[in-house]
Design a protein around this ligand. Structure first.
Ligand code: ZN
Length: 248
């Protein structure tokens, strides 16, 4: 930075001199020449040090390492029974989206992708409903080690966006929080936090359970992302990783 200071001094000096002798015509082109040399030098200096530097970039302080759930990896869910509750279904489509895909369809698709990851890594997975089937909230009460209810919200205000995780009892809080953390790692949606709530699906269970609102179908960006295969794969990875982190 000393060099820049030095140049600044020169520029100041040149400017004062220019003002002093502004009546002399030859000072004007000289002044512009000095300024041109200064500008080019400063630009050269900046590009040299920052943009074309061969030095390796500093590593980010926090590096998130995705858990490798591919078949053949060491990750194991050790036979834990995970209940996946895809929200709505059958005569109850849930929230509808701009593209026409319903909440029931989107969460079912994410549920299936999550099941694939979990089962191929040693977990037992049970669904609370079949595809295109209606299940009452009472019927969604199932025994297991962990319970995840998948939903996506809709609001009248299309600007509302983001994901939220919910729990009812203290013994469900940590699971809901870890699921929120994992979603935060994978999703660019606004994180609306982990909240206590009396949703029946978590309220009627006495073991770690969480209800996840993955995003808002009433928001154009949330909806477009959630309808896409890629984002659904990402959410399945996030959910599986959240479960794994909680169990380990
Ligand atoms: Zn819902």
């Amino acid at each position: 930075m000393d060099i820049i200071k030095k140049w600044m001094k020169h520029a100041l000096k040149a400017t004062t001199e220019f003002l002093k002798y502004r009546k002399s015509l030859y000072m004007i082109p000289l002044f512009f020449m000095i300024m041109a040399v200064l500008i080019v030098s400063v630009l050269y200096f900046l590009f040299q040090t920052d943009l074309f530097s061969d030095e390796p970039e500093e590593e980010a302080e926090y590096e998130s390492i995705a858990i490798d759930f591919d078949q053949g990896s060491d990750v194991s869910f050790n036979g834990e029974t995970i209940i996946i509750d895809p929200g709505h279904g059958g005569k109850d489509p849930g929230a509808s989206s701009v593209s026409g895909q319903t909440e029931a369809e989107i969460v079912y698709s994410i549920a299936e992708k999550t099941e694939d990851i979990l089962v191929s890594n040693g977990a037992n997975v049970e669904f609370t409903r079949a595809q295109d089937e209606f299940a009452s909230l009472d019927e969604r009460k199932a025994d297991g080690d962990l319970f995840i209810s998948l939903h996506s919200d809709a609001m009248e205000d299309p600007s509302i966006t983001g994901f939220t995780t919910f729990y009812t009892y203290d013994n469900q809080k940590e699971f809901a929080e870890m699921m929120n953390e994992s979603l935060d790692k994978y999703s660019d949606f606004r994180n609306r936090g982990t909240n206590q709530s009396n949703f029946q699906v978590t309220w009627q269970l006495d073991y770690p359970a969480t209800l996840i609102e993955l995003g808002y179908l009433s928001n154009e960006i949330d909806e477009r992302m959630m309808s896409s295969e890629d984002y659904q794969d990402l959410m399945a990875q996030a959910i599986a990783e959240g479960i794994y982190n909680y169990l380990n």
